[in-house]
Write a protein that binds this ligand. Structure first.
Ligand SMILES: NC(=O)c1ccc[n+]([C@@H]2O[C@H](COP(=O)([O-])OP(=O)(O)OC[C@H]3O[C@@H](n4cnc5c(N)ncnc54)[C@H](O)[C@@H]3O)[C@@H](O)[C@H]2O)c1
Length: 261
């Protein structure tokens, strides 16, 4: 598949994790220079080593994408190392048990400070890097931003209160930014989101797997039956969907209005 991405530079936030690590590897396979921004230096460096040992080009930068000063620092270092940015994947995010109702935590007791943190992690995490990289795209008149949302953003996930709310905000932000960049800077700046279903990763293990038995929880079994989750739950790491993601949302190819994975 030649998507004409060879030599481009992509910042992938949360690229030390499962979904965006897999997307980062797929980009590198297309000849893209990948820059991993992840709060975990260890995860970012490991991903970057894996990509390099498979013949790709990647560098790692420790960065909290909810912190504006940290993003600006990582952005300056990225420009110093790579010269520009062509693609931004906003993937850092995740659900947290502090804002998810459970037998131990009812809705009435959820702490607004915890809600602020989860909103930061799943909404501002897309906005703040888009401010830094979006300015570069505005100057160049082109670029692609892809936000990793969730099906929870269009249909609230039971129990996961703030995660669902924040992903809904990210969907709304995506549509807003797409129009804003096209109207004010260039129609060649693309802003899209994808909404994955359930995939087993460290951030949602507490929801999907019973801690005591190691079996799928009742909600996981329901999600598999409703086809909101792949029966193997690890689809993110197989790379099955990455080709479609790159083709539809990163390369300049005809693009569906939304892509539910
Ligand atoms: N796993 C799923 O079922 C699922 C479903 C739909 C959407 N998503 C979304 O996909 C994205 C990736 O999730 P994943 O499942 O691969 O999770 P993951 O936990 O494997 O990866 C998340 C990565 O983000 C990093 N990160 C966390 N906070 C950060 C911060 N403040 N700044 C920079 N990096 C930070 C983590 O260190 C980790 O490497 C998230 O936005 C998540 O909400 C996941």
């Amino acid at each position: 598949m030649d998507l004409e991405l060879e030599g481009k530079v992509a910042v992938v936030t949360g690229g030390g994790g499962a979904i965006c690590g897999s997307i980062a590897a797929a980009l590198a396979d297309e000849g893209v220079h990948v820059v991993i921004w992840d709060i975990s230096r260890k995860a970012a460096e490991q991903r970057s080593r894996d990509i390099s040992s498979s013949g790709g080009t990647a560098i790692a930068q420790a960065c909290d994408v909810t912190d504006r000063a940290g993003v600006q620092r990582a952005g300056r270092e990225t420009i110093a190392a790579c010269g520009t940015v062509d693609i931004l994947i906003n993937g850092a995010g995740g659900s947290r048990d502090e804002t998810t109702t459970s037998a131990e935590l009812d809705f009435f007791s959820i702490d607004p400070d915890d809600m602020q943190r989860v909103i930061g992690l799943n909404y501002l995490s897309a906005v703040i890097p888009s401010q830094f990289v979006g300015r570069i795209f505005a100057d160049k008149g082109k670029g692609a931003i892809l936000n990793i949302s969730s099906i929870a953003g269009t249909r609230p996930l039971s129990r996961a209160l703030t995660y669902s709310n924040a992903k809904a905000a990210t969907n709304n932000f995506t549509a807003w930014l797409a129009v804003h960049m096209a109207q004010n800077y260039s129609p060649r700046i693309r802003v899209n989101a994808i909404s994955p279903g359930f995939m087993l990763t460290e951030q949602n293990r507490f929801l999907l797997i019973d801690r005591m038995t190691g079996e799928y929880t009742e909600r996981t079994q329901k999600a598999v039956r409703a086809k909101a989750a792949h029966p193997r739950l690890h689809r993110a790491q197989t790379g099955v969907s990455n080709e479609r993601i790159l083709q539809s949302h990163i390369a300049h190819r005809p693009c569906p209005s939304s892509l539910h994975l």
